[in-house]
Design a protein around this ligand. Structure first.
Ligand code: ADE
Length: 249
């Protein structure tokens, strides 16, 4: 079981993202314990304000530090001290499968969703223990990023996805892209399923899957091959693929 606490000004948006699919099943099974906190509940003024104008001027608003600090204080007393307090922002370290695996080994993760032009810098220094970005693009807030983190981490918790093997064989779990998949019909709009998959030769099927996964990775994300932990067979297959590609015009 892993605990998540999400701090947001859009609790309904986060709730909706947790209501279906693998994550909601994980919650029902008691494997994911997720609490959503409305940042405005931790404000002290009449208008429940969570943002203010930037010192030094300029456009947009900045998120105030006090409500976020109070929200995390409330999480500490009500839910225990989180192992990580993650600020979601485009300035963070890149969230990868390896980061998902690391977080899945923790017991309690708090996720702080930023909005507006930015977050008062003291949230970084005093409240968050780390900062993560889900990719090099700018979202209008951290909520979708928090949902991405919960989904990627949650599905690594044993029992959340029914089939453990499918989690292990997923794209990226070995640092490579996934091989192609096919189901019935055996021919669709003139395109046939590769013979080897219907041959019943288990070893051949495995070899084909490993080879196509490597081919895809080489063609689409060659940088992944530099860090992937390949075994002897995969290294041999890669040499074979490179030779075949040299022959092509
Ligand atoms: N908030 C806005 N953009 C983001 C991103 N790319 N990752 C995480 N949080 C964000």
């Amino acid at each position: 079981m892993i605990k998540f606490d999400v701090v947001t000004i859009f609790p309904k948006m986060v709730g909706a993202g947790l209501a279906e699919g693998v994550v909601s099943r994980g919650i029902e099974r008691g494997l994911l314990d997720i609490r959503i906190h409305d940042l405005r509940d931790h404000t002290t003024d009449r208008h429940r304000s969570v943002d203010d104008v930037p010192y030094g001027g300029g456009p947009g608003m900045v998120m105030k530090p006090e409500p976020l600090a109070k929200a995390v204080e409330c999480i500490r007393t009500e839910r225990g001290i989180p192992d990580a307090v993650v600020l979601l922002s485009p300035q963070g370290r890149r969230f990868t499968q390896a980061e998902a695996v690391r977080l899945s080994r923790l017991q309690h993760v708090a996720l702080l969703c930023g909005r507006y032009e930015g977050m008062d810098e003291r949230v970084r220094t005093l409240v968050a223990t780390e900062e993560l970005s889900i990719g090099d693009y700018v979202l209008s807030g951290g909520e979708l990023a928090a949902l991405v983190v919960i989904d990627a981490v949650g599905r690594l918790i044993p029992g959340v996805v029914g089939d453990e093997q499918s989690v292990q064989e997923d794209s990226f779990s070995r640092g490579l892209l996934d091989h192609p998949h096919y189901t019935r019909p055996s021919e669709f709009e003139g395109l046939k399923v590769p013979d080897v998959l219907m041959s019943g030769h288990h070893a051949e099927v495995l070899r084909w899957r490993r080879k196509t996964a490597l081919t895809r990775t080489l063609e689409r994300r060659p940088e992944l091959l530099e860090v992937a932990a390949l075994d002897d067979e995969e290294r041999a297959l890669l040499t074979e693929i490179r030779k075949e590609q040299e022959k092509k015009p």
